[in-house]
Design a protein around this ligand. Structure first.
Ligand SMILES: *Cc1c(COP(=O)(O)O)cnc(C)c1O
Length: 424
């Protein structure tokens, strides 16, 4: 090698053993645990490979055929493919695949339709809504005027009469439906009727359920909602990213809001990985996956109910469960931390009408997208429910050995299921 030459381009292990070691440790952790965080999943090797490509080197401000930088011969084709696949999979007229993530996608919707101070209606965070639907600590709740609907105390379900009354009284310009902790089917036609009556734009935020919608395991908002936003990394099993879909009528306003309204250059490596995920999601195998996610959630719900757990709304229609632990006399955070020590990963969560504080609430949220991606089935869900019960009882009794016993069983169990993306 000539003396002035740079050393050969070293791989990650050589260039940065510290970070390489941490990536390896996280891979092992994901392999050896039962991951029940409802918003998480395992991306395939193909999706992971697409994210780690030279596409990250390219600036592409603008849209296919209308860019502000040269050299788009290849990137234009990548983005056009992602757009075409999104339109075909969801059956929409327009798709924007550039939002960096779900939160900026929602902010772009505000920018497209609202002036500061105008009214947005969304589900309250403690009832299952998302921060970006106008919650107070979010920019969306500070720069706009939020009004919020919730769920009925007796049913744990959205009260459509309350939604209609609130919409009539407050005249929002946009209405969000969807959220992060809604265990029941979202009634898109009913929301659409209310939005039409008050002249609001209906935005269906399907971040959590996009994979179920794509796979036919949850009704689609298409034909009801004017705008659909979604992340791509939850049930859809793609890279971290987002999309905005809409009717032709709103296409221009939404595109302008994403770029140049809110963002600069799109993340082309992510766009490529979104295209790969959309291709995967259009297969029969993915349809079967989406239905298996719901079957597993129902099985996990049954397993928990039979062990005396109290589920918000009494069960689930989709991929997630909200458990109110008040009757078990263990706070959600303490339960979540004990379960994490046992290799069962979930998050503590407020439950509707929670008497406790948001940072130390009464409930936990569980979901089956990731365990279903590992190939676990309904019988496995009952075993998992049994372990959850054992850990909670052990934690209440201060029996750390009991927690450790479960941890050993869980790790052996998890390792028996192949992990997508393990060798990407
Ligand atoms: C996850 C989620 C988002 C935000 O997505 P990020 O990628 O975390 O910004 C928005 N809306 C809903 C309903 C979500 O569940």
């Amino acid at each position: 090698m000539p003396e002035h030459a740079q050393p050969a381009d070293p791989d990650l292990h050589t260039a940065d053993p510290e970070i390489a070691g941490l990536v390896e440790a996280e891979r092992t952790r994901q392999r050896d645990t039962v991951r029940l965080i409802a918003s998480e999943n395992y991306a395939s090797a193909a999706v992971l490979q697409a994210t780690g490509t030279v596409l990250t080197n390219k600036y592409s401000e603008g849209y296919p055929g209308k860019r502000y930088y040269e050299g788009q011969q290849v990137i234009d084709q990548v983005e056009a493919l992602a757009i075409e696949r999104a339109k075909a999979l969801f059956g929409v007229a327009h798709a924007n695949v550039q939002p960096y993530s779900g939160s900026p996608a929602n902010l772009a919707v505000y920018l497209a339709f609202l002036a500061p101070g105008e009214t947005v209606m969304g589900m309250a965070l403690p009832a299952g809504g998302h921060l970006t639907h106008g919650w107070s600590v979010s920019a969306t709740g500070r720069w706009f005027r939020p009004v919020r609907y919730g769920v009925r105390k007796e049913t744990g379900r959205v009260d459509m009469d309350e939604v209609r009354d609130l919409a009539r009284a407050e005249q929002p310009k946009i209405i969000f439906c969807g959220g992060t902790a809604i265990p029941r089917t979202i009634d898109f036609p009913a929301f659409a009727e209310i939005a039409r009556e008050v002249g609001a734009v209906l935005v269906a935020d399907i971040a959590h359920i996009a994979g179920l919608v794509a796979g036919g395991a949850h009704p689609s908002p298409v034909g009801h909602a004017d705008v659909i936003t979604t992340t791509t990394h939850k049930t859809l099993r793609g890279p971290r990213g987002a999309m905005i879909m809409s009717t032709e009528e709103h296409a221009r306003a939404l595109d302008k809001a994403v770029f140049p309204g809110l963002q600069g250059g799109p993340h082309n490596h992510t766009t490529a990985a979104i295209a790969v995920a959309l291709k995967e999601a259009s297969t029969d195998g993915f349809r079967a996956y989406a239905h298996a996610v719901v079957d597993n959630a129902k099985a996990l719900a049954e397993g928990l109910i039979s062990r005396g757990f109290d589920l918000v709304s009494g069960g689930t229609d989709n991929h997630l469960l909200l458990v109110d632990l008040e009757n078990k006399s263990l706070p959600g955070k303490q339960a979540a931390k004990a379960l994490d020590r046992a290799g069962i990963e979930l998050n503590y969560n407020t439950v509707p009408f929670d008497p406790r504080k948001p940072f130390d609430p009464s409930g936990v949220r569980l979901g089956t997208p990731a365990v279903t991606s590992r190939g676990m089935g309904t019988a496995d869900m009952d075993r998992i429910a049994g372990w959850i019960d054992q850990v909670i009882e052990a934690e209440k009794a201060g029996d750390e050995a009991g927690v450790e016993k479960v941890a050993a069983e869980v790790h052996e169990f998890a390792r028996a299921f192949p992990m997508p993306g393990l060798h990407a």
